[in-house]
Design a protein around this ligand. Sequence first.
Ligand code: C5P
Length: 402
Amino acid sequence: MTKRILLIIGGGIAAYKSLDLIRRLKERGHEVRVILTKGGAEFITPLSVASLSRERAFTDLFSLTDEADIGHIELSRSADLLVVAPATADLLAKMAGGHADDLASTALLATDKPVLVAPAMNPRMWQHPATRRNMALLQADGVTVVGPNEGAMAERGEFGPGRMAEPMEILAAVERLLGGADLPLAGRHVLVTSGPTHEPIDPVRYIANRSSGRQGHAIAAAAAAAGARVTLVSGPVAIAPPAGVTTVAVETAREMLAAVEAALPADAAVFAAAVADWRTAGEAAQKMKKNGKGAPRLTLVENPDILATIAHRAEQRPGLVVGFAAETEKVVEHARQKRLRKGCDWIVANDVGPGTGVMGGTRNTVHLVTGEGVEDWPTMDKDEVARRLVARIAAAMPKGSA
Ligand code: C5P
């Protein structure tokens, strides 16, 4: 369905990506009106905006001279959603403070519609306590945030969080906000664990495994796309956190358990992390040295089983608990036993034996083991496994209680 988007383009180098965003929004059939701030107009022109949106670009010059034609109130009220991209540190500060000294900030203060911001700035500005405070205020006001992503900055040699989310990520966030109520997991909280854990041996060495986090991250992204509020608790991974998901970064199994417990209650929890079964009995405080007396002996102790702990909780047990079982032999038989032993509702079993390429790869062959029986799914991309699993989770949610 066609929706009316008011896009506010702030003054940052990422403004060029907002031109692509206009194109993507138009492709989806949305009407796009654009306010180009003075800063934004330093990076892109009203003409390029108008050519893509097929509407005149609204600038401060316009607001001063043509207020009789279409006022800032009408501009923000006639939209279904306001999107600020790039949202500069200054624009966010103005929003948080309720300033209204130009067309963009006035339209934002005058609106009664949902607002989505895509921050873009230097990592130091993003991490500055003032910006942290402003973001907390805006989120408390109900503003939705997409990004920023981590990466190289326009400034030479700078790296960190601050890159504006990609146009497709912003588009996905827009559609989630617009279509929210109709989506199958709207109003649900889904908790997902993903990635490996790192168990320290000493300050520089750790025990880990080959999990890439791809399957867990794909499940978090699919649940968000299905309208859920998603908390992703992730061990150290090299892939980006999915857009529109609250990601909590942890290292060890014990940290992962604490983060999972802190995120409860949840309607469904999917435990896709490859948690290390053991950690060293005592982490050395200093780097262990070769001392000519042979190799040190590592004593291992068992880590908490996060899945079993949560599945056996008397209080705040998620309505649906889904575990994974990576097996190298007798895949389904072991998964059936694991489902009972861990106390979870479903197990997604996959064969990670040598030569399957599942660990770290992009494809997966799984079997869904439930209380009713076993379904063998064909080999598919991890993204597709995620979408199918999320569709099954949505179908299993009790009706009308979101
Ligand atoms: O026992 P196993 O490691 O094969 O079980 C796999 C399932 O249990 C996965 O869902 C994994 O995320 C979860 N798990 C866990 N905490 C552990 C070990 C496994 O949550 N310490």
